[in-house]
Write a protein that binds this ligand. Sequence first.
Ligand SMILES: C[S@@+](CC[C@H](N)C(=O)[O-])C[C@H]1O[C@@H](n2cnc3c(N)ncnc32)[C@H](O)[C@@H]1O
Length: 266
Amino acid sequence: MAPDERYLLDNRQTEAGARFDALSELFDPSTFRHFDVLGVAPGWRVWEVGAGGPSVPRWLADRVGPTGRVLATDLDTSWLSGDTALEVRRHDIGADPLPVPAGSFDLVHARLVLVHVADREQALRTMIHALRPGGVLLLEDADPALQPLLCPEESGPEQELANRLRRGFRELLASRGADLSYGRKLPRLLREAGLTDVTADAYFPITSPACAVLEAATVRQVSASLLANGLATEEELARHLDAVEAGRLDLATSPMISCWGRRPAE
Ligand SMILES: C[S@@+](CC[C@H](N)C(=O)[O-])C[C@H]1O[C@@H](n2cnc3c(N)ncnc32)[C@H](O)[C@@H]1O
């Protein structure tokens, strides 16, 4: 497969909205629990990196209130709209300079972003520079290699096909530079970057209606690439989508590893 570092799941495709809604349903409760543990409160200044859809930056804007500040950035901001409580800007975390003065934020958060960024080291440096001394970085990233199965119980041909198509999808992600075992590296990377109090945990649903919504939208979004690379046939994709949409499969996601650490106070 020819190397191609563009983001595979382009936000301009219509399925992106369904994917963001499903990600929100699956992972927002866990993300918001982490924000609570970290003490996000009125007046905090927060940078939401690679925001995608509106649910996380909106929750943050409500929590920090009028005395706080939320900046939401993404390569493609078409699913975000700004207002007085929420500033939206286009920004490439792997390539662009810091969009604010260094040391501006109490919290920087990115979920399911770094795994897709070609220059992850640069992205991590940029996010850490954005933190004030004592500020917190919360990174949440998938680790598909830790739990690679779409159907953890491979109980029949439909589950076997689902897991085979998932392997094809991961090949596409890897060919775009995604690191499929990135989540597990976060604690070491944050410690090596000089953050303190580094802590991590993991979460993933074993089955949920939102997993089926996410899978159907993802397969539709990458079907042309799966076909072009010989990773699926039209008939297999149709059969898989039928099983997913009929609710015949118990679909899981990759583990989401949440890791946080604090920039040392000066
Ligand atoms: C899988 S989506 C996750 C969206 C959202 N953070 C969530 O968890 O629901 C990945 C998002 O990262 C954005 N993204 C990918 N590469 C990026 C980059 N280099 N800089 C900024 N955003 C990027 C994509 O445009 C997309 O909105």
